[in-house]
Write a protein that binds this ligand. Structure first.
Ligand code: ATP
Ligand code: MG
Length: 381
């Protein structure tokens, strides 16, 4: 080996670097493996950074609350903040009043067929996610709690070729938006809107979290608790206005969150706060540790509401931007473990399929659970 190195030194480097000693030349070759490792680290630095971000960032946030409290406004502003930070994201509009496309500057019209709750969309999405998963005997057996397995297709938000994102999201640059929708106008206001949310649950349960953020604008009310949605988020931000009714909604959510075992994920954001007495009003009713802060009554948002069109986060008042940063920091520091989330889904699935009407119609669906499936293995592959 030494000889080979020496010979190479003689014929190559002697000509190019006659001023180097034999010893230096030998050292140069001896350190080649180290140079190679340093080169790899330098070129893959962005991947390393992503791994660090992946460990720091928790992924899924939903804005919930009473009608008109500001869920859509906050979802849009928060999404724009994430976009500014160049973190990959997916925004999902699960609200009956679909204002997000306009606020996010998505010009293209969402045809009904692109609403994920449209029957054709449901079929296409389930077929894709099921892939060769033989634990799902037929598409009608793909229920809202059906978990992913090794044979399923997962959704990769940051993959430019992801079939589901490409088929059902409209984009403004790097910002994709999906709409749950109400495929039939007769459904609007109907008590069964949460049925439309089932396909949204399937999408969430099949997303392979890496270092992306999912932002959801939820429908007003407590639909998040009618299904399994509550188990699919890391942070539920309850938007409340400084009114008596706003606070009543908090009590309602608190009770539901406690009984669903997700009170740790529930936080409150005061909105449309005009002055100190508004702020005090909220502070007097919400435990300090549950309060993220206040989005002040905003001149910019008020004017924008009259003008219409896309929101520009740069024009938002600095104190309101600070509040969005606080929400982002909270999300970053919330513990996220996709395998824990999957285990929760398995439990919910067991409870759901144990119901008589499911057993009578589909038989035993508990075997849809593949306990050997691990998200992290799949993501690495
Ligand atoms: N901090 C704020 N300052 C001024 N106006 C605001 C603020 N937050 C929200 N608004 C305005 O309040 C109205 C309702 O907001 P938004 O549509 O976001 O509520 P929502 O909870 O999504 O309502 P819905 O339940 O009908 O979907 C909008 O006109 C919006 O521009
Ligand atoms: Mg809304």
């Amino acid at each position: 080996m030494r000889k080979i190195i020496k010979r190479r030194c003689d014929c190559t480097f002697f000509i190019e670097f006659p001023f180097l000693s034999e010893r230096t030349k030998r050292n140069i070759f001896a350190f080649i493996p180290l140079y190679a490792i340093l080169y790899l680290i330098a070129t893959k630095l962005h991947l390393l950074l992503q791994i660090i971000i992946y460990q720091l960032i928790t992924m899924r946030i939903a804005f919930v609350g009473k009608g008109g409290s500001g869920k859509t406004t906050l979802s849009a502003l928060f999404s724009l903040l994430i976009k500014e930070k160049n973190i990959p994201l997916l925004v999902i509009d699960a609200d009956i009043n679909m204002h997000l496309p306009e606020l996010l500057g998505i010009q293209e019209v969402f045809q009904k067929e692109m609403h994920i709750s449209h029957p054709d969309a449901v079929k296409a999405i389930k077929t894709h996610l099921k892939d060769s998963n033989t634990r799902i005997k037929e598409l009608s057996h793909f229920r809202k709690t059906t978990p992913p397995t090794k044979e399923s297709n997962l959704i990769f938000i940051d993959n430019k070729d992801d079939v589901i994102i490409n088929s059902f999201a409209k984009k403004n640059g790097d910002l994709p938006l999906m709409i749950v929708g109400t495929y039939d106008t007769d459904d609007i206001g109907a008590s069964c809107y949460h049925n439309n949310l089932s396909i949204f649950e399937n999408i969430l349960s099949h997303i392979a979290d890496k270092n992306e953020i999912v932002v959801t604008d939820m429908v007003a009310g407590v639909d998040a608790f009618a299904n399994t949605l509550h188990a699919q988020f890391d942070l539920l931000v309850l938007v409340v206005e400084p009114t008596k009714r706003g606070l009543e909604v908090y009590e309602q959510y608190k009770e539901l969150a406690i009984s669903a075992g997700i009170y740790d994920c529930l936080f409150v954001l005061g909105n449309k706060v005009r002055n100190e007495s508004d702020q005090k009003f909220i502070e007097n009713h919400i435990p300090k540790e549950k309060l993220l802060g206040f989005l002040k009554e905003s001149e910019y948002l008020r004017t924008k509401d009259q003008e219409g069109g896309q929101l520009d986060i740069k024009k938002l008042e600095p104190e309101n931007i600070d509040l969005l940063e606080t929400v982002f920091n909270k999300l970053k520091n919330t513990s996220n473990n996709n395998q824990d989330r999957l285990r929760k889904l398995w439990d919910l699935h067991r409870t759901y399929v144990a119901q008589d009407f499911i057993k009578e119609r589909f038989g035993d669906l508990t075997n849809q659970i593949d306990e050997t499936f691990n998200f992290n293995d799949y993501i690495k592959e």
